[in-house]
Structure formats: C-alpha cells, structure tokens
Ligand binder design. Structure first.
Ligand code: DPP
Ligand code: ZN
Length: 876
C-alpha cells in the first residue's frame, strides 16, 4: 500500500470508449473476457504504455484488435498489466481473458459467492479483482454485459442497465445480455446470478415513463421486502418533487444478499443490499430497522443522480457523492417523519461517532489529500460531516439559492466525474456569494470550538454577543484557518417571543442566521427592550462544540419554551452534561453522588407534557451516552465510573419521576395492529424508555419479563430482552427470555444478530467470557460480516465497561480477533479496529493495556494494508 496524493492527480493517458464483458460463471473458475475500446488521449506521447489495474489476477489471454499480443509487448503481474506500442491515433480494442474463483473470495470485494448466489462489490477498487481495467472513477464508458451460467441454480442473470435479451446457450446453460447506455465508472458495475425470490412493482415517472421495479430476496422472504418496495417508490417520487430528478432506465433492481461488507451499494440500476437493510416485518424487525431500511433504500436510490450521473473525479472527492447523498436522505427522512426528531437523532449520531473521530488519531478532512487505503475513508467524517457541510451551504444560501445551485450542478455536471470545487462553484454562481472561506470546511479536519459570551445593556437596549472560534490541531494539520460558520440564532424574550432587533452590527445576520467569519467577532443587536435569553446554533446549524456561559435558569427557559424543538432538546442535554461529569468524579472519589434538582424537575416536566410528540419526549429521556460523557471529560477516563454515574442519574430520575414514567408506560401501550410509521414508533420508543427508567426504580425484573411475554412486535420484544439482560443479567427471567428468543428465531439469522448484539452489550466483568463463549455458538458465523459486527463490533463499540475492563483482557481478545478476521476480510477487520481510536483518552492503566494490544497487532506478520493503515495511525 503506497500513499496516494490528491496533488498527483492527472487524467489517464488513454480514453476508454466502450466496455464489453462476457462472464462464464462457475463457482470456482469463472471466465472473464473483457473487450475494451480505447484511444490515446490528445497530446499524450505515442510511446506511453497502457497500464491497467489488477488485484490477485492471472492473465490468460491478451489480444490487440483480435490478434495475439507478443509476450515482449506487455508485462502482466497480479496487480498490473502494462501494454506497450499501442496505436498513436486510431482507436483500438484490447481483449483480456482471465479466470477468477468467486468461492475463494472471502474479502467480499470483486465477484464472490454468498449463499449460493454470485454477487459483486466493486466500490472502491473491487473491479480490478474481476479483470484488468483502468479502475478509477474518472474512466467512464457504456457497458455491454453478457452472462452465461448453468440454468440450475441461476434462474436470474442480472447486470446494470436495460435488459437486451437472453436464451439458451448450450447444454444446461443459458445467457442474458444487458446494456447500460449511461457512461459509468467501474465501481458502479454489478453482476448478480442465482435462484432468488422476487417482488415486482412499477413506478411512473414525472414525464410518464413506466419503470419496472424488482426486489430480489431469498425464496420465502418475499413478503418481508414489501416495506423496502414502498420506501423505494416514495424515494423516487420525493426526488422528483424535491430536486426535479427523474429515473433514467426502464428497470430498477435491488438484490438483498446476506454476506456484504457495506450497508448497500448504488450500482447503476442494480443496487446490491445487505439483507439487513431490505427485509422487515413486525415480528422480526424493530422500528429502528424500518427507519434504516427507508433511509438506506432512499440513499442508494438518490445516488443515481448524486454519484452515478455525476460521479467523482477521484476517491479524494468521495464526500462529493456521499456527503451530498446523506444530506438528501436526511431531508427525505425528515419529510417522511418528524423533522425535529430526525435532526436530534442525526446530531446525537454525529456527536457520538464523528466528533470522536475528528478529535482522535484518525481525524481527517472530509476531503482528504492523501490516503493509503481508500476503504478506510468510508468514514463518518466523509459521510456525516460531509452532509453537515451541505446543510451549512443550504443555511448560508437559503432554500431558493440552494435549490438553484443544485439545479446548476445537475445541469452543468451531468455525465461528469466532478470535484468538490465544481460543486461549490455552482452555489457561488447561483447565489453570488464567495464561498472560498467556506471551502475550508472540506479541507480542514477537527471539530471547531466556538466560545460565546454575552452582555445586555438596558440603557441602550443593546444585546452583545462575542464569538471566538478555534479549530483544534489534528494529525498532519497543526495550524488552522478561520472557518465560515453559520449560526442559527434567536434572542428569546420573557414572553417567549423571538426578538426582532432594529439593527445588527458586527457582521451579517439574516433570516435568523449569524455569519461568523472572523476568529473573533462581536455582534450587537439594537432595540432589544429587555434582557433576552440567547438560543445559539439552533437546529445544530453548524457541527461545532459550543462553549457558552449560560445560567441554568436561561437553559431551563429554552428547554421549556423555545419554539425550536431541537434547541429545547439541546438545552436539556447541556443541562444534563455537567451533572453527569460531576457524578463521574464523585464515583471516582467515593464521594456521594448528587444531581441538580432543577435539571431533574425540568426533564420530568418536559416528558410529561402531552402537547409534545412522544418521539421527542423519548429523545429528551435518552441521556448523553457513556461515550458522550467520556468525550466531554476528555482525558484519563474511567468507563466504569462513567457507567455508574450515568446509571445513578437514571435511578435518580426514575425515583423522582416514577409517577410520570409509570403513566407514560401505561398510556402508550401498543394496542391494535403494528404500524412502522413514525408516530407509532415514537409512542413505542417513549413507552420503552420509560420502562428502562422504571427498571432502576424496581427491585425485580417483573415489568420487563411481563413486557417480554406480552410483546407483539420485535421493537418491544428486543427492548424487553435488553432490559432483562442489562439490568438483571443474573436473573432466571433473563436466562429464560434469551432461551425463548433463541428458540423462536433459530432459523432467522438477522434476528439472531439481535440476540448476539444484545448479549454483547451486557455491561460489566462477565462480558468478555460471554463474548468468548458466543463465538462458539452455532449462530455465530465468523465469515459473515453481519454476525461479526453484531457480536465483536457491538462488544468493542457498544460495551464501554465490558470492553474497557481494567485488566486489558478484552483489548488482547480484540487484537486476536482483528488479526484473524484480517486474514479473510481486511475491510471488516479494519473497521472494527477503529473502536480503539479513543484509547489515549483512557486512564493510564487501561491506556497502557490498549497500547500493548495495538502493538501486538502492529507487529503481527502479513497484515493487510487496511489494518496496517488503521493500527499505525491509531498508535502514532
Ligand atoms: N454503498 C455505499 C454507500 O452508498 C458506498 N457508496 O454509501
Ligand atoms: Zn452512499
């Protein structure tokens, strides 16, 4: 793995005009014949050779314009094919033949087998595991695909584009041909062949074209694809209405497979999905599963325009398609569900996943300028911070200019492999604004800190807000420039109204948004007749850490009365945090743990307010997570103390609020048929979190055991099982429920993932032994990424006390697992290893154990580039 630099980008020497691939599928010996038409790019030296990428390939045949190329004219290694003396001016055809072994492909990159189905994954660099090719995103061409396979076991032969035709081939074999007229890069290629069940529908586009919609799943699971189909149709409609984007082929297919590294893949016209994000019914899927399916179906569909029609020039531009497409799927979910609740959930996710990445050894800009292994840049920074940046453009420009910029982007760059600069330029032109300072968001890593101080002068009716921004140093970037930070801001008066200042000086303030552009900037608001309460960064308009000295009374005022629901939630979180930090310190010092009564009273008042939607109240009840608290404390963390402190807070809230919580539990019992809609899901989430609290006020597992027995859907069943196992791990009820659950879903791997992850999350000393014994369970299949993520991933990412046990045993266990997983699936191993990224913020004993375990990984022979890249950066 050599380091690749953005600065080294240059276009290919040869232009690819057309691709024609023929596959003769065989589980162990698939023949691939690639006919590629090239011409030399204008101005390129006539002596320049054609260099194609490969990965573990072996060349079997090579023709130039249908004639054998002499051995002296080319060099073939497993990862490169170099051909010399090619025509200077005229187009020519290269025909490469090679054989690959799908069954031996455990990396799940390239062409592989999953449950008897042939399937591909090519993003980012998987296509070069199929054939020698200019495998980079700026090489676009139309593809013709012919698939030949045994009829038996391969009812469906699928690829990108429109179906051309098919029929019998020879004894026992048949074929199908596909043509994708839209020029595309190789990472969007897909092939699927197998025996699958199918559900079908149609969608009529805004210009009146009928598109055939097909979702392929394992036989017998067809009914569980209905929700995905519904989500797909809603996505198609939404993209027409919101962004004017219409689908562009006759057919759109989704295939669900059980072994998949990512969540899903947006291959042109043939999305391949991890089955976890397609299959759902009330008995087997939780509300969160339904929401994820809706979101990811939409995400992959939206890529058809943001990613496929307009792709990336190089992999440094990954956030061009991912940040924008996450922004689009977030907007979609907000329109389908509750916007405020969606925003709260997204910010919670951003803070708990992206902020630690940005504040640790793996920090990188959303648009990095170098990488060693691109697979390691499918990160929450590229995706979620990328989406936040898009959202900030929308905030700075306002809705109309943002839409104009998007329209211009689609119009100007359709068919292009574009850059982030191209994208931002469209918004500059559409709005007339200079976004050059704003662009720093893409190229500077680190979460900015904005410190705010305020004063009010009654005599002049003036409110003053002083802001100062700093961006912390991150690996490779010691000094940073000031960012352009849009801060949605309101001054709230005594009567709850938002003040309308007569004049604002010190910078731009428009439509409720302050434009902070200097390192230090003071805004003064005139005509404010009484001291207002400041509500800053409303809706989390910028992804920053905010330090604002604000009295508890002011925060309570926001929590009770702000018109912005996000701000109300944020005020309560801000109130909670010092309580949780103080309690953690008390636990560590064996001092009594106490909580501010005002905070608890306000919280209980808000959750008891029936005027508020249940899903919002559930978000209010969900305290900052243990990792949020660790991040707030920053250094020398003791995960056991944090856990105890957070539990003590839940117990104190449960004690003070037992009547309200019991009333919520009783009032929101699910009656009637299950519906996955957001309102119903919100009612369930409020009732379930109330039950979690009540488990802290009760001595026995009775309530949870009864709820487990009474549950009529997976949301309630899994939640009851979580409470039983987390709160009463040694009870007979917990053991019984685990056994019942296992027996009832013994043949449903996706549900058994929940059984694995619920157990992997049980805190405390016993966790490691439990994990070790579960790795021997017949339900744990080490080659399946979903199983590995459910058990090992949940343990490492989602069980702070169990994983960070003080003797370091769990780090050593993880190190062994990483080295072993790496041998078959480097991408998966590297991803799980990122769970160690915050080791330096642990107290010294744990940190030493963590370093030692990481060092054993680093010294292990034959590491993949994926794992080597992560372990070296984490240790640096
Ligand atoms: N399939 C992944 C996604 O959609 C990578 N493109 O984000
Ligand atoms: Zn994506």
């Amino acid at each position: 793995g050599q380091i690749v630099h953005l600065a080294d980008y240059r276009p290919t020497d040869f232009v690819l005009e057309r691709v024609d691939l023929t596959f003769e599928l065989d589980p162990q010996n698939t023949k691939v014949e690639a006919r590629l038409i090239f011409h030399r790019r204008e101005g390129v030296d006539a002596s320049a050779p054609l260099v194609l990428d490969g990965d573990e390939l072996m060349l079997s045949g090579l023709l130039l314009d249908q004639i054998d190329i002499p051995a002296a004219q080319y060099d073939a290694t497993p990862d490169r094919l170099t051909i010399r003396d090619l025509p200077a001016e005229t187009p020519f055809e290269i025909c490469v033949t090679n054989y690959i072994n799908p069954e031996a492909n455990t990396q799940l990159m390239g062409l592989y087998r999953t449950n008897g189905v042939y399937c591909t994954q090519c993003e980012a660099e998987g296509f070069r595991r199929i054939t020698y090719f200019p495998d980079r995103p700026d090489v676009l061409a139309p593809y013709t695909i012919t698939i030949v396979a045994a009829k038996e076991g391969n009812t469906f032969l699928l690829s990108n584009g429109n179906f051309l035709g098919g029929g019998n081939y020879d004894e026992g074999r048949h074929f199908a041909a596909w043509f994708d007229p839209h020029p595309k890069p190789s990472y969007l290629f897909a092939l699927v062949a197998g025996d699958l069940g199918l559900i079908e529908d149609t969608f009529t586009t805004m210009s009146g074209r009928d598109v055939a919609l097909k979702i392929y799943v394992e036989h017998g699971k067809e009914p569980r694809a209905a929700y995905a189909m519904d989500a797909l149709k809603r996505s198609m409609k939404w993209d027409e209405e919101r962004f004017g984007r219409e689908y562009d082929l006759d057919i759109f297919m989704i295939v669900a497979v059980s072994d998949f590294n990512m969540g899903a893949m947006e291959n042109k016209g043939l999305n391949v999905f991890n089955d976890k994000y397609v299959l759902a019914d009330p008995e087997t899927a939780t509300d969160a599963d339904y929401a994820n399916i809706e979101r990811i179906i939409a995400h992959e569909y939206f890529h058809n325009w943001t990613g496929n029609r307009i792709t990336c020039r190089d992999w440094f531009q990954l956030c061009l398609k991912e940040g924008l497409t996450v922004y689009r799927d977030q907007e979609f979910s907000s329109d389908m569900r509750s916007r405020a609740v969606k925003r709260i959930a997204d910010v919670r996710h951003l803070k708990s996943e992206q902020f630690p990445e940005d504040g640790g050894p793996l920090a990188h800009p959303p648009r990095p300028d170098k990488y060693r292994e691109i697979n390691n840049f499918y990160t929450t920074t590229v995706y979620e911070k990328g989406a936040e940046i898009t959202g900030m453009i929308a905030t700075i420009l306002g809705e109309d200019d943002f839409r104009k910029g998007m329209d211009l982007y689609f119009e100007r760059h359709d068919g292009d492999a574009a850059t982030v600069e191209d994208f931002v330029k469209c918004f500059e032109e559409a709005s007339g604004r200079d976004l050059s300072q704003f662009f720093r968001w893409y190229i500077q890593a680190g979460t900015p800190l904005v410190s705010a101080s305020t004063s009010y002068d009654a005599a002049s009716s003036t409110f003053t807000l002083s802001l100062e921004q700093t961006v912390p140093a991150t690996p490779g970037q010691s000094s940073k420039q000031a960012l352009y930070i849009p801060l949605s801001t309101a001054l709230i008066l005594d009567n709850g109204q938002i003040a309308a200042p007569s004049k604002v000086e010190g910078g731009e303030y428009k439509n409720g948004v302050l434009h902070l552009t200097e390192r230090s900037q003071t805004f003064s608001f005139s005509g404010i007749s009484s001291r207002p309460v400041l509500s800053l960064n409303r809706g989390f308009s910028a992804p920053i850490n905010l330090h604002l000295e604000q009295s508890a009374e002011d925060m309570v005022q926001i929590a009770r009365h702000d018109t912005d629901m996000f701000s109300r939630w944020q005020a309560l979180t801000t109130l909670a945090m010092p309580n949780l930090v103080k309690a953690t310190n008390a636990v560590r010092n064996d001092a009594p743990v106490a909580f501010d009564a005002g905070f608890i009273t306000t919280l209980i008042e808000v959750i008891g307010d029936d005027a508020l939607e249940p899903a919002f109240r559930a978000q209010v009840l969900a305290l900052p997570s243990e990792s949020d608290i660790a991040r707030e404390i920053g250094s020398s963390n003791d995960p056991d103390a944090i856990h105890q402190a957070r539990n003590a807070a839940m117990a104190a809230i449960a004690k003070a609020g037992v009547e309200t919580l019991t009333a919520l539990f009783d009032a929101f019992e699910d009656k009637g048929a299950y519906s996955p809609d957001a309102t119903s899901a919100g009612r369930r989430s409020l009732r379930n979190i109330a039950m979690s609290y009540l488990s802290f006020a009760e001595e026995t597992p009775k309530r949870a055991a009864d709820a487990f027995a009474a549950a009529s859907n997976m949301t309630d069943l899994a939640h009851a099982l979580s409470i039983l196992t987390q709160r009463f791990p040694d009870s007979a009820e917990a053991a019984q429920a685990l056994a019942t659950f296992e027996a009832r879903f013994a043949d449903n791997a996706l549900v058994l993932d929940k059984w694995l992850s619920i157990q992997a999350a049980i805190p405390g000393e016993g966790a490691l032994g439990r994990i070790k014994s579960l790795t021997g369970s017949k339900h744990f299949v080490g080659t399946n990424p979903n199983r590995v993520r459910s058990l090992i991933g949940t343990f490492a990412f989602g069980n702070p006390t169990g994983f960070n046990r003080a003797d370091g045993e769990a780090y050593r266990f993880l190190a062994e697992q990483i080295v072993s997983i790496d041998k078959r699936n480097p991408q998966l191993a590297a991803r799980i290893l990122t769970s160690m990224r915050s080791w330096r913020s642990l107290e010294p004993v744990r940190a030493d154990h963590a370093r030692a375990a990481l060092t054993t990984i680093e010294r292990s022979p034959a590491l993949s580039t994926d794992v080597r890249d992560i372990v070296e950066r984490v240790l640096k």
